[in-house]
Ligand binder design. Sequence first.
Ligand code: RP5
Length: 170
Amino acid sequence: SLFGELMAAPFVSILMGSDSDLPVMEKTCQILKKFDIPYEVRIYSAHRTPEDTKQFVVEAEDRGCAVFIAGAGLSAALPGVVAAYTTRPVIGVPIDTGPLQGVDALLSMVQMPPGIPVATVAIGSVGARNAGYLAAQMLGMIDESLAAKIKQERLDNAQIIRDKNEGLSI
Ligand code: RP5
């Protein structure tokens, strides 16, 4: 079954509209790498290569892609177009490029019509990191050891915050 295939070798597809998005989307890669989650990175543009984008998404789903993460700036149609061609979860990362610094991309990707959701995270690097965590949590639903790693990081982060009190000199 398809679910069985997903359990066997789930991976994440990270897409971006241009190589100029890569410095931000590398933050997503770092999080997935930390949790040993297999991923692939590709450049597809909803506006510049629309046919290629469709073909990639359909084939990636067939190959067993469990979650798509799409970063784009400006008009930022990419995550929405990916979502149009798959029923796998799609996470959108608004890239902080251009004169509106990512507010344009945020509003574009968060305002999807009912039935075609894009889970839109914060603008720029912070959102790119959270896209990685969100995908990890999704895959954690079918991978107990991954879920345990995520929980352990939460505990570690809590301790780091507690320890900051000890270091306060005011
Ligand atoms: C968007 O246009 C891309 O996602 C990128 O953020 C922005 C600029 O692209 P380039 O002109 O740098 O290729 O489609």
